[in-house]
Each structure stands twice: as structure tokens, then as C-alpha cells.
Design a protein around this ligand. Structure first.
Ligand code: NAD
Length: 468
């Protein structure tokens, strides 16, 4: 835990249990429920991000070689926007929502009261380790909960920074960071929580959900999947390619949950699409992308090996039409495009989560919907088209966490939209008010007076009452 000597005090089940007990005491005192506490904690997060932006950039560079602009825009600024939006809306969110009543309860009034759930656990992933750790924390504290955050051990510099800064800027009687890997997370998962919010892969998502089930604890699971991009003809191909590139390689070199996983286009359009992608990639990252300062590296050697295995499968390696270079010493893989990879290849059967982009080709674009719908439901799906019917068909027939027409990834930045998966890409959603709701119980309250006491409710249930 922040400020403690981990060697002398391993974070085991006993430590986890006493941490939860401590936070339960703090929650029971009522401190976290007040508007003032919630506001001060959100302001603390904002100040922390403002005052330590360069430390955040340095930690992300150390963990991922993340370019400064990506760190500032997609981690620090997005977190700031979340805090500011919550601060602006908090009073409105906290207000009970009046609802209509029915004749059965006449006369009465009713409202939905949002109450904090209690003590919540947030387990986050390594790819956007600052944003993905703190964005759910924004929702949890806005909703008035005590929080334990477990950042990812795979981004150790950011994890250490979070532990240090949250200790300095937040109310440590109610908000704590536990650093660690599987043993520490397992100890935490043994405890009874009021909600568990997990971001990461589906295999661990299942472990989290099974642990939560023992205590009937509700979960939000922010998972991943293979997010497709459908590309139609008759569009501005240059703009489409730039938007595909920035959503893929400009997002942590493809290590992003909503990065495009693969493209589907027609056999006719594919050669032109590949050409434009190549040109634009060269404009952005130069002739030798392994030297580019504008691409993150692969997070660690395990993921580097996983990705090269996908690329080096016999039936896949011969399909590379651009890129394929790698440098194991620097953990770098160049932006790589593959054309017509077999559907039964490894790369088409797991989430890529890296800089490789396969293109599948079809005779008619409508076939793409069957391809997408035949797999697990993705976290996002994108289409580039000017065809109104095709757009409608896409929106009405493709099931994914979120969709974007004529761009990629930008739905993430719209506060009014829920962000989350469906099916294997996740359970529940957050962002904006959805974050507040994810960490609140919606309590149904009916107010009655002593007037209008209908005798029909009460026994004896005579035939006369039936005929009324
Ligand atoms: P990760 O390896 O950092 O794991 C996530 C968390 O799970 C970590 O805190 C880790 O300590 C914990 N963990 C790992 N193994 C565990 C175990 N056996 N028991 C208990 N806890 C364990 O991250 P990852 O899973 O590699 O992240 C990548 C995946 O996350 C991708 O599938 C990606 O699509 C998904 N993702 C989703 C979102 C989203 O918002 N939906 C965002 C980012 C990443």
C-alpha cells in the first residue's frame, strides 16, 4: 500500500480484510456522503492531474514509451474533463428524481434517491494506466463511496505514481491504493465489496465475476474484443484512412480496447485502401517507423512474443503487405497491414491489442455484417460509408458496445454516451452520469399521507369488494 514497506508487510488476505473494515468504518461515519466531501475529492483529483502532468507523462513514457501528446491528450486531459464534467453536474446528479405515481397509490408522491453503495473495489489495466485507474474513481467518489484502487502491475511506474499521489491529494481515510499483481488482487477479491469495477481481459473478468458471486457483489466488467472497421467505396478514402490510423496506431500503437482490430472491405476496393493506408502511415511515422517518436512501444516482452506469434504464423506471415519490422531489444513492432488473412488464423481468433491490422475482403459489403455477428460481440464497431441504407443497416444489425459512423474511437469522448461492452466485451457501462449511476443504488421511495385509505385493500375480502 502507499507509503508502506511491501517486503515487511505482504498484502495478504488479512491485510485486505482489515483495509476493508477500516474503509467500512469511514463509510459508516457518513463523511463520503456529503456534497462537500465529493466535491473536494474531485477537486483534489483535478489539482493532482494539473500539478503532476509532467510526472504522469514520465511514468507513461517509462511504462509504455507513450508519446507526450498521447499522454497529455488521452490520459491527463481526458481525466480532467471527466472531473470537470462531474463537478459541473454533481448537484443535479445527487438530487432525487421525482417520478409519476399510479392510481393504486393515490394520493402519493414518489422519487428515486441515488445512494452510495458503500466500499467499492476498482481493478484497472495497463494500457491507459492513469485514465483507466482514475476515471472509474471519479464516478465512485461522485456517488459518495469509499474506494480501493488496484492499478495494473504491468505499468509499474504509473502504479507507483498513483499510490504516491492519491496518498497526498485524496482523503486517505476513504480512498486507498493497493499496488500489486495476482496475489494482492486475489486477496482483495476474497473480501466482500459493494461493487467491483474491473477493466481488463475476459479471462480475468471471469475470475472477478466468480469471486464477486460468492458475496452477491455486483460488477462492472470493462473488457475487450475484436472491434471491426467496415470500409465502403465512394467515400473520402484519405480522411477515412487517417481516422483509422490515428484510432489504431495513434492510440498506444494499437494497445487500446477500442482500437480497430481488423478491416472488412470489398475485393475491388482493397488494393486502393492498402495504398492510401501505406501513404498516410508513411506521412505520419516516416519510412522507418521503428525510429518514430510518435509510436508507443509494446508494453513488455510477453506481449511482444504474443504479437510476433500472431504475425509469424505460416499462413499469416505471407499476407503482410506493409510493415512487419520489429526490434525485440526496444520492444517495438512497426505498423503492419495484412491482406486476406485466413479466417481460421490465430490473428483472426483473438483480440490483437497491438500494431497489426488484418484486412478481410468480401464480394459485397453486406457480407461484413455476418462476419461481425458470427463472432463474440465487440467493444466497438466502425463503418465508413456515405450510403444511408448501409449506415442504417449497420446501426440496426451490428451488436457492439458502441458504434461510430465515419470515424473510429471518438465515441469515448462523448460524456452523454455510456461506455461499455455487450456480451463478451463487458457488463455495465460508465462515463459521465453513467459513472455516477454505476456506483449508486437507485432507491425507490414513495411518500403517502393518512388520507385516501381505501377499504378495499383490507380483509375480509368480501364478494362485494370484488364487484367494486
Ligand atoms: P492487465 O494484465 O493489467 O490485467 C488487468 C487487471 O487484472 C490488473 O490489475 C491485474 O493485476 C489483474 N489480474 C491479472 N490477472 C489476475 C488474476 N489471475 N486474478 C486477479 N486479478 C488479476 O490488463 P489486460 O487484461 O492485459 O488488459 C488488456 C485487456 O483489457 C484487453 O482485452 C482490452 O481490450 C481490455 N481493456 C478494456 C478496456 C475497456 O474500457 N473496456 C480498457 C482497457 C483494456
Amino acid at each position: 500500500m502507499a507509503g508502506e514497506d511491501k517486503k515487511q508487510q505482504p498484502f495478504d488476505s488479512k491485510a485486505a480484510s482489515s483495509l476493508v473494515a477500516e474503509l467500512r468504518g469511514a463509510f459508516a461515519s457518513g463523511t463520503t456522503r456529503s456534497y462537500q466531501w465529493r466535491e473536494s475529492q474531485l477537486r483534489g483529483l483535478l489539482r493532482m492531474t494539473d500539478e503532476h502532468e509532467q510526472d504522469i507523462v514520465a511514468a507513461l513514457r517509462s511504462d509504455l514509451g507513450k508519446p507526450e501528446l498521447e499522454s497529455v491528450l488521452y490520459e491527463a486531459a481526458m481525466l480532467r474533463n471527466s472531473c470537470k464534467f462531474a463537478l459541473k453536474e454533481l448537484q443535479r446528479w445527487m438530487m432525487p428524481e421525482k417520478v409519476k405515481t399510479s392510481l393504486t397509490t393515490f394520493p402519493s408522491s414518489a422519487e428515486i434517491v441515488s445512494e452510495p453503495l458503500g466500499v467499492v473495489l476498482i481493478i484497472s489495466a495497463w494500457n491507459y494506466p492513469y485514465l483507466l485507474s482514475l476515471d472509474p474513481v471519479v464516478g465512485a467518489i461522485a456517488a459518495g463511496n469509499a474506494v480501493v484502487l488496484k492499478p495494473s502491475e504491468i505499468a509499474p511506474a504509473t502504479s507507483a505514481l498513483l499510490a504516491k499521489l492519491l496518498g497526498e491529494y485524496m482523503d486517505s481515510s476513504s480512498i486507498r491504493v493497493v499496488e500489486g499483481a495476482v496475489p494482492e488482487t486475489t486477496a482483495l477479491l476474497e473480501q466482500k465489496w459493494d461493487k467491483i469495477f474491473y477493466t481488463g481481459n475476459g479471462r480475468v473478468g471471469r475470475i472477478v465475476m466468480a469471486a464477486a458471486a460468492k458475496h452477491l457483489t455486483p460488477v462492472v466488467l470493462e473488457l475487450g474484443g475484436k472491434s471491426p472497421v467496415v470500409v465502403d467505396s465512394g467515400i473520402n478514402l484519405q480522411i477515412a484512412c487517417r481516422r483509422i490510423i490515428v484510432g489504431k496506431w495513434g492510440n498506444n500503437n494499437g494497445q487500446a480496447c477500442i482500437a480497430s482490430d481488423y478491416i472488412i472491405t470489398t475485393k475491388d476496393l482493397a488494393p486502393k485502401l492498402v495504398d492510401v493506408l501505406k501513404n498516410e502511415l508513411e506521412t505520419f511515422y516516416g519510412k522507418n517507423p521503428l525510429e518514430s517518436k510518435d509510436l508507443s512501444r509494446i508494453v513488455n516482452s510477453d506481449h511482444f512474443t504474443r504479437l510476433t506469434k500472431l504475425l509469424d504464423e505460416d499462413k499469416v506471415s505471407k499476407k503482410v503487405v506493409y510493415g512487419g519490422e520489429r526490434d525485440p531489444t526496444k520492444l517495438q513492432i512497426a505498423p503492419t497491414i495484412l491482406l486476406d488473412v485466413p479466417r481460421d488464423s490465430l490473428i483472426m481468433n483473438e483480440e490483437i491489442f497491438g500494431p497489426l491490422l488484418p484486412i478481410l475482403t468480401v464480394d459485397k459489403l453486406e457480407e461484413s455484417f455476418d462476419i461481425i455477428n458470427s463472432g463474440a460481440k465487440p467493444l466497438a464497431a466502425y463503418i465508413f460509408t456515405n450510403d444511408k441504407k448501409l449506415k442504417e443497416h449497420f446501426v440496426n444489425n451490428v451488436s457492439a458496445g458502441g458504434l461510430v459512423v465515419n470515424d473510429t474511437t471518438v465515441h469515448l469522448a462523448v460524456h452523454a454516451l455510456p461506455f461499455g461492452g455487450v456480451g463478451e466485451s463487458g457488463i455495465g457501462a460508465y462515463h459521465g452520469k453513467f459513472s455516477f449511476d454505476a456506483f449508486s443504488h437507485k432507491k425507490a421511495v414513495v411518500y403517502r399521507s393518512f388520507m385516501g385509505d381505501a377499504a378495499i385493500r383490507y380483509p375480509p375480502y368480501t364478494n362485494g369488494k370484488l364487484r367494486l
